[in-house]
Design a protein around this ligand. Structure first.
Ligand SMILES: Cc1ncc(C[n+]2csc(CCOP(=O)(O)OP(=O)(O)O)c2C)c(N)n1
Ligand code: SF4
Length: 273
């Protein structure tokens, strides 16, 4: 846990131990630029932002981003962030996780977070690999991927987290590419401003493990913000995390309005009077 007293700067003095060139550096940069922009408007201070992280290469961001928060147990970044939001309703809460942490250990929290619709943002670094622990396959790893953990190759098809999010009642789903800092920043700003649980999947190539999944830029294209559910399903199905072909839509895949967790509580209280 860390509590920041004077957080004028979003940088810390910690030595960054990500591999040189890792796109996690770019995600850090996008997040800093987004917070700078939102706080420049004077509506929010940096001290209004709080963070939770999972465990993984992605989660080292806890040490490099100067925000108060909690470094959580594996898979528990989302429920801890919801707890922070409940006790600090005005806080802007960001939660960081990898595809391993959120879709394996933390899968139940991922699904229910959409139902609860707490007003916060999940930034999911998807490198299709448990990278911190040397490249075991995660639920989004492509079929056939050979690793020390599965020398015979991954036998299962990947799940599609965007489709799962739609089916779980998500109110904001977006995807971006870590290497495109400007676009990631634009998407993050909209995600943070969304009233409800916003899920931003950031494609984050790992330079060391499962490198076969990298460099999909030629397949990526940017979409217009989408508010239509049927279109969202079509967009989510375009990329199956498996095949070498097919387009990968980036941008706001789906956004809708629904009561957030706090609204639902207020409604419940008035119903019980
Ligand atoms: C319950 C539990 N499961 C697994 C681990 C081991 N573990 C810690 S970090 C990690 C890898 C995290 O992978 P991911 O979430 O994809 O993040 P990345 O390192 O790729 O950024 C694993 C398997 C653990 N500490 N506790
Ligand atoms: S192992 Fe992969 S994800 Fe982890 S820091 Fe290195 S390049 Fe980045």
């Amino acid at each position: 846990m860390k509590t920041i007293k004077n957080n004028n700067s979003l940088s810390t003095k910690e030595t960054i131990t990500w591999c040189p060139g890792c796109p996690n550096f770019m995600i850090l940069e996008s997040v800093k630029k987004t917070i700078e922009k939102i706080t420049n408007s004077k509506k929010y201070n940096k001290s209004d932002f709080m963070m939770t992280t999972d465990i993984g290469c992605n989660s080292k961001i806890f040490d490099y981003l100067n925000l108060s928060g909690i470094y959580c147990l594996p898979g528990r970044a989302i429920p801890t962030a919801i707890g922070i939001k409940i006790s600090n309703p005005n806080a802007k809460v960001l939660t960081f996780s990898g595809d391993g942490g959120a879709y394996s250990e933390g899968m139940s929290h991922f699904v229910h977070a959409f139902r609860y619709n707490a007003d916060m943002t999940l930034i999911l670094h998807d490198n299709q690999s448990f990278s911190l622990t040397t490249g075991q396959p995660t639920p989004t790893t492509q079929k056939g991927y050979v690793s020390k953990a599965k020398p015979q190759g991954e036998e299962n098809n990947p799940l599609n987290p965007l489709l799962l999010a739609i089916g779980s009642g998500a109110t904001f789903i977006a995807r971006c590419n870590a290497k495109d800092i400007k676009h990631t920043q634009e998407v993050l700003e909209k995600a943070i401003k969304h009233k409800g649980f916003s899920f931003v999947e950031v494609i984050q190539d790992c330079l060391i493990f499962n490198t076969d999944a990298n460099n999909k830029e030629k397949r990526m294209y940017k979409i217009k913000e989408n508010k239509n559910l049927d279109k969202a399903i079509t967009l989510a199905r375009e990329y199956d995390y498996n095949s070498k072909n097919g387009k990968i839509p980036l941008g706001i895949i789906y956004q809708t309005q629904a009561p957030d967790l706090t609204d639902k509580w207020k409604q419940l209280k008035s119903n019980t009077k």
